[in-house]
Write a protein that binds this ligand. Structure first.
Ligand code: SAM
Length: 432
């Protein structure tokens, strides 16, 4: 068994009492692994029909499945690159279902990278409403951007700031907020030896003080009746019950609806804490809509591209930042005071006399919205060639073409003289 910090063991013993031995024995078991289906891209029935991996349903997540990592490698499958599923620790999948997301909700994920909760929220919103996905760390935010893009996000804004700044802009605005708080990571011990090495009791207290701040700021951004879900992947009482109890005691209008601990000796998962709070007090919201300038001649090249290559005609909710063209969410708040990484869907780059579509656009589009689709089946080695960045001989000359795997768009290529030149982004190319 791995060697665990003395202080951690003493504290868990105080919480678990008679169950302590059972908890300790769970460290002799293998870590659990899960994947979560993106139902915006593939329905459950079709995914099951493909019969790719041996899967077992995760009881608390409709879209989640256990897989056994000694039998299969779902992270090395083109459908993963296509955003058909996301690899996520099974107990972490218990958080988003507690939000009770309805189509059209405005949702905030305050601590979002690398995107486990945000990708789940996106597929539940099904490109309605709005997701503001925030991450304070400018390095971690890159993976968040890539994962949301892969999932086919349209009504999603990515911000890079702290909770105090968010609160200044979004007071009283959101229907649902998730705070998957930075924590001491005790639930990572079985899968990550570095988490054990990094653990100290002072880290527990440091995290607690950040968590107190984030939850207070988060609550201010909820509208009346809104739901806030707070979660951690740690076991300490200080970062879980203590944060929640203190918060509830300080806020008359906050009602604790539910509090749950997932322990690794009780369920198949690494462990999590989740608390669901409802806000009953009024909150004045002063958020204004983003003012949009109607673009016409500026986006002429985009419209030409759309006519030639797509079967859709996007609403005029465009915004230009330099030569980057974005399609803003249907309802978009004013973001002038925030550092923003993505304003909705990045459509592409407007160059002089031409438009170059973005990778994000290929993931957003449904196959029927694309005029030229080169579909490749999973058992054809050509799909791996494409993902490695190689050219493909298609025998056609259709210009901008979307490559798809099992009918799911995965990236662009440009065809001429029977050859498809590869436009799969260099940084995402596979090396397997
Ligand atoms: C547990 S992780 C989030 C995991 C993510 N929700 C997921 O499911 O993929 C916590 C995140 O909080 C961020 N964070 C750290 N300090 C923060 C702060 N003061 N305010 C907001 N976020 C913070 C960290 O950079 C980290 O990405």
């Amino acid at each position: 068994m791995i060697s665990l910090p003395e202080r951690f063991l003493e504290d868990v013993k105080l919480i678990l009492e008679d169950e302590y031995e059972e908890f300790i024995n769970s460290y002799n078991e293998k870590k659990t692994t899960g994947l979560r289906l993106n139902t915006m891209k593939m329905p459950k029935e079709k995914f099951k029909e493909l019969n790719l991996f041996e899967l077992e349903p995760i009881p608390w997540a409709n879209e989640g499945f256990y897989y056994n990592e000694s039998d299969c490698k779902p992270g090395k499958n083109p459908l993963h690159e296509a955003g058909v599923y996301y690899l996520q620790e099974p107990s972490a999948m218990s958080v988003v279902p507690k939000l009770g997301i309805q189509k059209g909700d405005k949702v905030l994920d305050m601590c979002a990278a690398p995107g486990g909760k945000s990708t789940y929220i996106l597929s539940q919103l099904d490109n309605t409403g709005l997701l503001v996905s925030n991450e304070i760390n400018p390095i971690r935010i890159k993976a968040l951007g890539e994962n949301l893009e892969r999932f086919g996000a349209r009504n999603c804004i990515i911000t890079n700031t702290d909770s105090a700044n968010l609160r200044k802009v979004f007071t009283g605005y959101f229907d649902k907020i998730v705070i998957d708080a930075p924590c001491s990571g005790e639930g990572m011990f079985r899968k990550d030896p570095v988490a054990v090495e990094d653990w100290t009791y002072s880290k527990v207290l440091e995290c607690q003080s950040i968590q107190r701040e984030i939850i207070r700021d988060g609550y201010k951004m909820l509208k009346k009746g809104g739901i806030l879900v707070y979660s951690t992947c740690t076991f300490s009482k200080e970062e879980n019950e203590d944060v929640i109890n203190e918060f509830i005691a300080e806020h008359d209008g906050a009602v604790l609806i539910e509090k749950e601990r997932l322990w690794p000796h009780k369920i198949k998962g690494e462990g999590h804490f989740v608390a669901k709070i409802q806000k009953l007090d009024d909150e004045d919201c002063k958020v204004k809509e983003m003012k949009l300038k109607k673009l016409n001649s500026e986006i002429k090249e985009y419209r030409n591209f759309e006519k030639k290559h797509l079967n859709i005609n996007l609403d005029n909710r465009f915004m230009l930042r330099g030569d980057n063209l974005y399609l803003l969410p249907d309802e978009c708040p004013n973001l002038d005071k925030l550092k923003v990484l993505r304003y909705g869907l990045h459509l592409g780059i407007l160059k002089k006399n031409r438009f170059e579509p973005s990778h994000a656009l290929s993931h957003y589009l449904k196959p029927e919205q694309i005029k030229h689709l080169q579909n490749i089946s999973l058992d054809n080695e050509e799909i791996f060639n494409y993902l490695r960045g190689n050219v493909i001989n298609t025998g056609e000359s259709r210009g901008w073409t979307v490559v798809a795997v099992e009918g799911i768009p995965i990236g662009w290529g440009k065809e001429s003289n029977g050859v498809l030149k590869n436009h799969y982004p260099k940084g995402l190319r596979i090396n397997y």
